[in-house]
Ligand binder design. Sequence first.
Ligand code: ATP
Length: 348
Amino acid sequence: MLQVTNLTKRFGPGLPPVVEGLEFTVAPGEILALLGPSGCGKTTTLRLIAGFERADSGEVRLQGHLLTGPHTHVPPERRGIGFVFQDYALFPHLSVLGNVMFGLAHLPPRERKARALEVLDLVGVTLFKDRMPHELSGGQQQRVALARTLAPAPRLILLDEPFSNLDVALRSTTREEVRAILKASGTSAVLVTHDQEEALSFADRLAVMRSGRIEQIGTPEEVYHRPRTPFVAQFLGRTNLIPAQAEGRYAVSPLGRLELDRACRGQVLLSLRPEHLELVPANGEVSGEVIAREFKGHDLTYRVRLGDAVYLVQTDYTKRFELGARVRLVPREAAVVVGSGGPLDPEP
Ligand code: ATP
């Protein structure tokens, strides 16, 4: 559906590129999330795909048609791409129905209304069709904005932080609904977010960006469970980064001998998430000391000092250790090799 090849953009001669050498594809009906910290170039990438920005080099193709290329720049309104932005600006002077019909000027009036009603039904806001935008909740406005974008049946929708104005409870339900609507209509989408939980739950695949480049792309499970760099491991959730000396499928580490997810040799950096470690009472072996406990309702997170490092361990609510307890850290999963040794990245 969408093919982005070697896309690069600078905002001025001599300035460093804001996005550089981006490569990814989006399959028909697939949802891709671009995830990364503030300023890494996510919005610029969407604007390049939409045609609001001109690329310095690289290509954007939609269903094989060249939209952006060395001598090509199809204007945004002729790309057949829909957008939903953070502030989902509905026209305040138009009713819900009016807002959705607005983008259907190319249809005869009767078909325009029928199509608008069909899409309002799809997003579940038919009841509100005659209301004005200010008479709707944030979540309802969000769905109307989506209906307005879906009405002309774009092949691809770009979503830029579309849920960030919603409160936490509304955000997750709206997210599930929007995902279901995109799937029901078979629309491909690219979502920009800096919220890792949103990317993991909303997308079929996600691309983790850092400083204008894609650091890793894969399914949520792949990227979460098999991060390939320390940055990706830390950006997708809390983790323990552990320097070790690898020899094949095992490594010698401050936690003892660890199994690795792949064979390696020499100095390596390993990632073990807090839920991939288990605490057992120590009796004589190399042991650490519980120095903090964080109660989180359904689970507990302990901080354990072992040697000169502190490790995070997440246990279920039944595991109780007092501060000062001597414990052993036992891995429940193979450690993931995220890099060769060297200085650890600061936590993002
Ligand atoms: P956020 O999550 O904060 O929105 P982002 O990942 O979407 O960040 P972009 O908005 O793409 O990041 O911006 C990437 C970089 O490009 C930033 O350093 C930004 O200041 C810069 N930038 C964006 N637009 C322009 C512009 N029109 N002119 C100059 N610099 C720009």
